[in-house]
Design a protein around this ligand. Structure first.
Ligand code: SF4
Ligand code: SF4
Length: 330
């Protein structure tokens, strides 16, 4: 068994404010099973630990965080601690909350997996493309820095150039593309026998078309890449192709480099702690403060095994994050 060094600092904490969601994504089970909201008491119990750990940024996620009846009060409480806030939302309620969100979040990331009404509805399970676009527009107008996030999959890969154009039209600051997580039994609230990841992979028959789309995007949007309006570099986007090729049995999965648990952690709506989105932590919510909970033998061993490459979740992870050790220390 391996054990990591104790965590002395944690620059980023992700909070799932709620398990509930008003989308119906085909690759997710939160909307089928999610019930719980984070309470103010749970939040208050985290605050001393955030201060001790020197946390600088909190990513507010879910479920759909804007469904939490006290999301704004929670954001205010975190801001009062000097924390920078980042909202990850599906955006269905963003038009209604645009001003309040712009006042509280340094950045807002909106998941927009369809570039038109039909594909949005097919992927997200709700007819809400226009509502989400309206919300993005309203948030931008209210002064928020909004980025779009697209989970690239069979139902939308041909529309990548259209997503870039749409991001510009809506006044977004950037657009980001990532692969759909298809192998992880823990992510997206998936529970045994509750559906899980649907068959949304880009298949072998579509891989040449996907490569052509990426070629065209690189040629047509060279300056957009250079300006980082598309957040990923061309080689990073090529990893999406390699990932789907590997899923189709054509080659190895692209190597993953990640030390997310060395600088970040996740607290679920029920208070349970996890080292990252994909790997579960201890089965019960911590009974100590956050700093102590992150450094129990269980968590140290978990981080040690992740760092040693002993967790199968990491092999196909679509959301790996790497920060140089000097940057973490700083
Ligand atoms: S993937 Fe996100 S937006 Fe979609 S149903 Fe799940 S929690 Fe909601
Ligand atoms: S590679 Fe993915 S699963 Fe592994 S620690 Fe990083 S975020 Fe978690």
């Amino acid at each position: 068994m391996l054990s990591s060094e104790p965590l002395q600092s944690l620059s980023l904490l992700t909070l799932y404010l709620t398990e509930r969601c008003n989308s119906r994504c085909i690759s997710c089970d939160y909307w089928r099973t999610g019930r719980r909201d984070m309470s103010m008491e749970q939040l208050d119990a985290l605050l001393p630990g955030l201060k001790d750990l020197g946390t600088r940024e909190v990513l507010i996620s879910g479920g759909e965080p804007l469904l939490h009846p006290e999301w704004a009060a929670i954001a205010d409480r975190l801001r009062a601690q000097g924390l920078r806030l980042w909202l990850l939302t599906a955006g269905l309620a963003l038009a209604k909350h645009a001003q309040a969100a712009a006042e509280r979040f340094e950045r807002v990331t909106v998941s927009l997996d369809g570039a038109d009404r039909e594909s949005y509805a097919a992927i997200r399970g709700v007819d809400a493309f226009d509502a989400v676009c309206k919300g993005i527009h309203a948030a931008v107008h209210a002064g928020a820095q909004v980025g779009l996030r697209v989970t690239v999959q069979r139902g939308n890969f041909r529309a990548l150039p259209r997503f870039v154009a749409l991001a510009r039209e809506l006044g977004a600051a950037s657009v980001s593309f990532l692969a759909a997580d298809l192998g992880n039994a823990e992510a997206f609230g998936r529970e045994p026998g509750q559906g899980g990841a649907a068959d949304i992979a880009i298949t072998g028959a579509d891989l040449d078309d996907f490569a052509d789309v990426l070629d065209a995007l690189e040629r047509g949007e060279a300056s957009t890449f250079a300006q980082r309006f598309i957040e990923e570099s061309p080689p990073k986007l090529r990893r999406l192709h390699a990932y789907y090729a590997a899923l189709a049995g054509q080659g190895a999965f692209p190597p993953v480099r990640c030390n997310a648990p060395a600088f970040s952690a996740v607290v679920q709506a029920d208070g349970q702690l996890r080292p990252c989105f994909f790997i579960p932590g201890p089965p019960a919510p911590p009974t100590t403060d956050l700093a102590a909970a992150l450094n129990t033998p269980f968590m140290r061993q978990l981080r040690g095994n992740i760092a040693a490459g002993r967790r199968p979740e990491c092999e196909r992870c679509v959301c790996a994050k790497w920060r140089e050790p000097e940057a973490i220390a700083a």
